[in-house]
Design a protein around this ligand. Structure first.
Ligand SMILES: C[S@@+](CC[C@H](N)C(=O)[O-])C[C@H]1O[C@@H](n2cnc3c(N)ncnc32)[C@H](O)[C@@H]1O
Length: 214
């Protein structure tokens, strides 16, 4: 079978706890499958944001709790992360998070008009080996796909802990006129995610990109 996009993730089952597994069974109550689901939902909230690759969900939970009138859609393929996020949604009775279980590029393709108020990507998979660089999510085409779904002046925030990925992102931004560098941050006081904490412990700098739709 031919995929439209080269996977930017390793789809692994990984270690999943019984608790996460039982939470995943409730995914349908929170699921955004495609552009059609997205459009129906987005009308219920004043603003809509997507976090791509939410991992264990620390960041999306914090944003959702701090901005109860906005909808936060988390896109992720990592089942134990989805299970953890559903667990936290239930525990804190959060009403403004929905989950896309799949490649975010397919969800974005299904969104037909620029309706998003912001997109966040924290520590995209680094694919450190040169022969795997083609799998890196953030490249010019991806930035332009994202820009086509953002409202004018709305933001894209990216943080990477890999120096050479940051250089690639700089080049991709320089090669498109659809996104410009912003002086303001999309959200301030975001929590440190698991991958950021690991990078900091290993002495890697976090490179941040605040961009907005031209
Ligand atoms: C390195 S982890 C970072 C997780 C989290 N943001 C953090 O900082 O701890 C990157 C995550 O992005 C997810 N991911 C990669 N490509 C994706 C895509 N195209 N659509 C949705 N999620 C994706 C992966 O499954 C993985 O969990």
């Amino acid at each position: 079978m031919q995929f439209k996009y080269l996977p930017s993730f390793v789809k692994r089952r990984g270690r999943i706890t019984k608790h996460q597994e039982s939470n995943v069974k409730q995914l349908s109550a929170y699921e955004v499958k495609d552009g059609e689901d997205f459009t129906a939902l987005s009308k219920e909230f004043s603003k809509v944001f997507i976090e791509i690759g939410f991992g264990d969900g620390e960041n999306i939970i914090s944003m959702a709790l701090n901005n109860p009138d906005s909808l936060f859609i988390g896109s992720e393929v990592y089942l134990s992360g989805i299970g953890s996020l559903i667990g936290k949604i239930l525990e804190k009775d959060i009403q403004n998070i929905r989950i896309h279980n799949g490649d975010v590029r397919e969800l974005l393709d299904g969104i037909k008009i620029p309706v998003l108020d912001g997109i966040l990507i924290i520590c995209p998979d680094p694919w450190p080996k040169a022969r795997h660089h083609k799998r890196r999510l953030i490249k010019k085409e991806f930035l332009e796909l994202v820009a086509s779904k953002l409202k004018k002046k709305s933001s894209l925030y990216i943080a990477t802990d890999w120096e050479d990925y940051a250089e690639n992102i700089d080049e991709a931004v320089a090669n498109t006129d659809k996104l410009l560098v912003s002086r303001s941050e999309l959200f301030s006081n975001l929590p440190i995610t698991r991958f950021q904490a690991r990078a900091m412990k290993e002495g890697r700098k976090i490179h941040k990109f605040n961009l907005y739709k031209a």
